[in-house]
Design a protein around this ligand. Structure first.
Ligand code: URP
Ligand code: ZN
Ligand code: ZN
Length: 445
């Protein structure tokens, strides 16, 4: 049996911070406390002066998803390696529903790709087509342990949108079986109206991306989804919330869970004006400083529950200069810098580190039913990070463990974990990644 004791660290639990020891046996935490018994064979890490966080759960990634002109630039293998280097020990990604494919078959196909992941991985089930057969599959998927589903209120031209009535029918079934419905929440009518003046495809400036997807689109969609959550009693999880107006709507509906992303907390639409501003195009777009500050307030007052990276990276060549703004592939990477940049921000803003622990781990585990994740206690998976609070630096491209040639966060303050342990295996040591086993495919039951 492999036995590891991490002693004298300050554990950043969801409910407070305590100096305790953690005893790990194989993949699992055997005990947490001040007086632990261990054998002479036990390997010991002295974490005096260090912080210990639960392994980060990134509830929103898109590894290698197909787009019109190819696919997002990280595979499960490459993206999960970056994830581990940044302290993310679990990612939750999405299935891709092909034409005429069943949900179960889309899951089986995606599982094969996700099997290459080095961090643990769960899959949300994308529902981008509405038929009686698809609805019938939902209870079966939940009984198989896949209880989170995702729909879109836009992307009509890409054939991914469901109408609000269709979303309500899905929510009714998901809610009745205690699942969670995730929604990309931008109202398609608002977007169509705002996009009309630029329909001729002559505009290349990324600022038009923001103009064509105004904050109002989020507010309208969130309101309608809030009403659906009330009528169906289904928990609805709003992905990548990004506006003050959208946040204000979420406050009215207690069954809504809210995710935001590091790009909305750390960047604003000002970056579209930069040379290479097109690289920052993702949907929904980046917003104004006032939106950003509203999101930080939402974080502090508990209105926002999780932070997901929406990791959907593209390389420089994928977003060539001169493309009409509508044809710039949407998405940015962020899984590797998710935790380190947020930790630096939390310190700068004087925020409670237990709040960070909840937002980056515990809350996602609770919402998505990952009982063995998110809390450092006996019986859970031994996923944790050891962080040296004195190692504040900035994001440097050459220090990342990535295949990507562009990063949105370069130069921003960051504190990367020194050590990352994923199910008992030390996968990052002194900031270097070395992984000898694959991640586990997670289920919610
Ligand atoms: O632009 C983005 N975020 N692409 C990924 C798909 C989505 O809508 O989250
Ligand atoms: Zn989305
Ligand atoms: Zn996404």
């Amino acid at each position: 049996m492999n036995s590891l004791l991490i002693k004298n660290g300050l554990i950043i639990h969801a409910d407070g911070q305590r100096e305790e020891n953690i005893l790990i046996q194989n993949e699992t935490i055997a005990a947490v406390g001040t007086e632990l018994e261990y054998s002479s064979e036990t390997q010991i890490i002295d974490a005096s002066g260090k912080w210990i966080f639960p392994g980060v759960i990134d509830p929103h990634t898109h590894m290698g998803i197909p787009i019109k002109t190819g696919s997002s630039a990280d595979t499960f293998a490459t993206g999960s390696r970056s994830a581990l280097h940044g302290g993310v020990t679990t990612i939750l990604d999405f299935t891709v529903l092909e034409k005429r494919q069943s949900l179960v078959n889309s899951l089986e196909a995606r599982k094969k790709l996700a099997g290459k992941s080095l961090c643990d991985v769960g899959l949300h089930i994308n529902i981008t087509r509405f038929t009686p057969e698809i609805l019938e599959e939902i209870p079966r998927l939940i009984s198989m342990g896949f209880s989170s589903f995702k729909v879109f209120t836009t992307y009509k031209e890409a054939g991914m949108m469901l109408s609000y009535d269709e979303i309500e029918a899905v929510a009714r079934i998901v809610g009745a079986h205690d699942g969670v419905l995730m929604v990309h929440s931008e109202d398609n009518n608002v977007i169509s109206a705002a996009s009309e003046p630029f329909a001729d495809r002559s505009k290349t400036d990324p600022r038009y991306h923001g103009l064509s997807r105004p904050p109002e689109a989020e507010a309208v969609a969130v309101r309608k989804l809030g009403e659906i959550s009330e009528r169906t009693t289904c928990t609805i999880y709003i992905v990548h919330l990004n506006t003050a107006a959208g946040l204000a709507e979420t406050a009215k509906y207690p069954l809504l869970k809210v995710e935001t992303c590091p790009h909305y907390l750390l960047l604003t639409e000002e970056v579209y004006k930069k040379e290479g501003g097109r690289m920052f195009v993702s949907s929904p777009p980046l917003r104004q400083k006032t939106d950003q500050e509203a999101l930080w307030r939402g974080i502090q007052n508990g209105q926002i529950h999780t932070i997901g990276s929406d990791h959907c990276p593209f390389c420089l060549a994928d977003k060539q200069a001169g493309l009409p703004f509508q044809e710039i592939p949407n998405g940015m990477g962020g899984v590797e810098t998710l935790f380190s940049t947020l930790l630096a921000q939390f310190l700068q803003r004087g925020l409670d580190l237990s709040l960070l622990s909840r937002l980056t781990s515990r809350n996602a585990a609770e919402i998505f039913g990952l009982e063995q994740k998110g809390t450092l206690k006996a019986g859970t998976h031994a996923d944790l990070l050891i962080v040296n609070p004195k190692s504040l630096s900035t994001v440097q491209d050459e220090a990342l463990d990535t295949i990507l040639d562009w990063n949105a966060y370069t130069g921003l303050p960051a504190i990367f974990p020194e050590t990352v342990i994923r199910r008992g295996e030390m996968v990052v040591s002194e900031g270097r990644t070395q992984v000898s086993s694959l991640g586990l495919l997670l289920k919610s039951v």
